[in-house]
Write a protein that binds this ligand. Structure first.
Ligand SMILES: Cc1cc2nc3c(=O)[nH]c(=O)nc-3n(C[C@H](O)[C@H](O)[C@H](O)COP(=O)(O)O)c2cc1C
Length: 392
């Protein structure tokens, strides 16, 4: 691919990736343990999915739907399923994300229904005491026979927490990450030490005991999606993987390399994952037509509700991140649209250009999309990445 204007530091960092003494990722039974690509799905836990539109296939966010989707994801050979934690929707004609199951309860049920796929749930550090969370994830790890993972989110949507009297008005965005840092360090210690005493600014543990320990050693998988400077630092220093986003391919690559360089500087290995919505049709023109149809139903009011939720209309942050910038088109994540062959090429290009370790996939229609993905896209993808050197 053509050279891009990256800061010198990033080039230097990417050169350093070649070093033999580069930190190796902790093994979690994922393809990326050995250089392969981790592929999973963002479960449709909330109504409306990830397209702010009234002209998409209906997604009701029900347990039954999530159960069918999870079983299908496992059957076609995906590596993980993950659900978000959400407590308030964005409004609009679609009442987007008005209804959302509890992430942990859903994942625990799905852990009992599946056998192989990794089970990643989400916790808001604002809402759970770390000792409660440590025990819940240890329980999920036992239910899933060692497949549990945790997406750690600080909480950014003020209305979501204010409605339950749980918004800390005295903490700003970066301080919420300070709180998350204390939280996740406490959880890690509780998973591995017989007794934890930790006196922090936000949490106090005194001879705190948490049993059973998780099944996985050294501990369950951790992931986060810090996009800001502070959020990325938190993710790099405390977790095993980061969800990255970009307004375009160049920014995705820049963000991914920056995260890897930061991790390398901290003596850690970090996996980078991107989100991707797949619109699979029989021809590229049909896929473009489907996208155009989705755009005609764009739910402007839900989009405003989303911006407000991120503090971009009437509250603190007033800055846009890659996620909200993308959502302006009605589609809340990068997408690939076309025939299975077009999508396979696009996924390979994105993963190679941005040196990604995997992707979390979203479908407008999960069941139809997963069937087609499993039949026509996953086999050539696995073959490609096995061929180029990583276990797929
Ligand atoms: C893949 C992905 C999953 C996320 N899951 C949640 C979630 O379940 N709940 C939530 O409140 N925020 C979630 N977020 C938001 C992030 O935690 C984070 O706040 C956001 O990416 C902005 O980055 P910043 O906090 O560094 O500003 C998610 C973001 C991404 C990209």
């Amino acid at each position: 691919m053509a050279a891009r204007p990256l800061p010198d530091m990033l080039y230097a960092a990417s050169e350093m990736f070649q070093d033999l003494d580069m930190p190796q990722p902790t093994a979690f039974g994922l393809p990326s343990d050995q250089g392969g690509k981790d592929l999973g799905i963002f479960l449709p836990i909330a109504n409306g999915g990830w397209i702010l539109s009234s002209t998409t296939p209906a997604i009701d966010g029900s347990y039954e739907h999530n159960r069918r989707v999870a079983l299908l994801a496992e059957a076609i050979g995906l590596d993980f399923i993950m659900s978000m934690a959400k407590f308030r929707g964005y409004g609009g004609v679609t009442e987007h994300w008005r209804s959302s199951l509890d992430s942990l309860v859903l994942m625990s049920a799905l852990a009992a229904q599946t056998e192989r796929v990794k089970i990643w749930t989400t916790f808001h550090t604002l809402l759970q005491n770390p000792a409660v969370a440590a025990k819940m994830i240890a329980t999920l790890d036992q239910v899933s026979h060692g497949r549990a993972g945790l997406n750690v989110v600080p909480g950014a949507y003020r209305g979501e927490f204010e409605q339950m009297g749980a918004w800390p008005c005295d903490l700003d965005h970066d301080q919420r990450y300070d709180l998350s840092t204390e939280w996740v360090r406490a959880v890690k210690r509780l998973w591995t030490e017989p007794s934890v005493t930790q006196h922090g600014r936000y949490f106090t543990l005194d001879d705190c005991q948490s049993e059973p320990k998780p099944v996985q050693k050294p501990r369950p998988f951790l992931v986060a999606a810090g996009m800001s400077e502070r959020g990325m630092r938190f993710t790099v220093e405390e977790t095993d993987a980061i969800f990255i986003g970009g307004r375009d391919d160049d920014e995705l690559r820049e963000v991914g390399l920056r995260a890897k360089a930061m991790a390398r500087a901290a003596g850690r290995a970090l996996r980078t994952y991107a989100l991707l919505i797949l619109v699979i049709e029989d021809s590229d023109a049909a896929a473009d037509a489907t996208l155009a149809r989705f755009r005609t139903g764009f739910d402007e009011e839900a989009f405003c509700g989303m911006l407000r939720s991120y503090g971009m209309i009437d509250a603190e942050a007033c800055r846009e991140n890659a996620f909200t910038a993308r959502a302006r088109s009605g589609i809340m994540a990068p997408h690939a649209a076309g025939t299975p062959e077009t999508i396979t090429r696009r996924m390979i290009q994105l993963m190679e250009d941005a040196a990604l370790d995997g992707m979390m996939l979203i479908f407008p229609d999960y069941e139809a999309g997963l069937r087609r993905f499993g039949a026509c896209i996953l086999p050539p993808l696995r073959a490609h990445f096995t061929h180029v050197g990583g276990a797929s």
